[in-house]
Design a protein around this ligand. Structure first.
Ligand code: MN
Length: 266
């Protein structure tokens, strides 16, 4: 029998989050699952990795058949790094991060531990998926819809109907599957969801608190925020290479001139 697709499932909401186990369950329909998730909620950890202390790893009981699960005392990125280097039992073909409770949209996806975990796969040219449920705090949580989307995309990445090695950020409206309006491949909006609000009425700034509310100023048609607000699943292809190629080409010829000016003290 051919080696099954090995899928590393992680998240940023922590090993006990229901979304992680929904995700693992869905991924078990697609391949062999390895769960490696942060011991605590690491939402907002972004791309951070731990390097000033040791990282604890503990085996936990998995509710998903034929899978192993580990809690890592670190960030989502740590989980992927540790999973790929120390815990895997076959060649990992897909990194699946989520299902996050709450949206990861706009430029603030750089703050997202869910996306930060998938980025580690992107760096290694592994197919990687960050998936989030766009739910309001008091709204219904339609995990089965997000599970169906995760299954579809994982299968499409595995069978080659999408390119291999894609790094995708996916947001699923929290609606029953039958009520979804469609699926849009989107670009990342410039806005986000996090706002800092000053507390207290005194002079000077002493305390700020976070509010989560969508910034719709930049939610133009074709963006991720635009899509989810219309009941569409948003799938944004991301890039794990940071170099700006047009600027590289434009600036490279200027290198020796800049160095001459540096040497001549200009
Ligand atoms: Mn989270």
């Amino acid at each position: 029998m051919a080696d099954p697709l090995h899928i590393l499932v992680t998240n940023d909401d922590g090993i006990e989050a229901p979304g992680l186990w929904c995700h693992a369950e869905a991924m078990a329909d697609v391949g062999r699952v390895l769960i490696v998730a942060p011991a605590d909620n690491q939402s907002g950890a972004g791309t951070a990795a731990t390097y000033r202390r040791d990282i604890g790893v503990r085996s936990v009981e998995s509710t998903v058949p034929d899978s192993k699960a580990y809690a890592v005392d670190g960030t989502p990125a740590d989980c992927v790094i540790v999973g790929l280097r120390h815990l895997k039992e076959g060649r990992i073909g897909l990194i699946a991060a989520g299902i996050n409770l709450g949206p990861n949209l706009g430029n603030e996806i750089l703050l997202s531990g869910t996306v930060g975990a998938a980025l580690q796969g992107g760096f290694r040219r592994l197919s990687s998926l960050a998936i989030s449920l766009h739910a309001s705090p008091d709204g219904d949580l339609e995990w089965p819809t997000a599970q169906a989307v995760a299954r579809l995309l994982a299968r499409s990445l595995a069978d080659g109907s999408l390119d291999d090695g894609l790094f995708l950020n996916v947001n699923v409206p929290s609606l029953p599957l039958a009520e979804l309006k469609g699926l849009a491949v989107t670009r990342v909006a410039r806005g986000g969801y996090l706002r800092l609000v000053e507390q207290g009425g005194g002079p000077g700034v002493e305390r700020l608190s976070r509010r989560i509310e969508p910034d719709l100023r930049y939610a133009e048609e074709g963006t991720d925020i635009w899509a989810v607000h219309r009941g569409l699943v948003s799938v944004s292809p991301l890039r794990a290479t940071l170099t700006d190629l047009p600027s590289l080409e434009r600036l490279q010829p200027l290198g020796s001139d800049l160095f001459s000016r540096l040497r001549s003290g200009l």
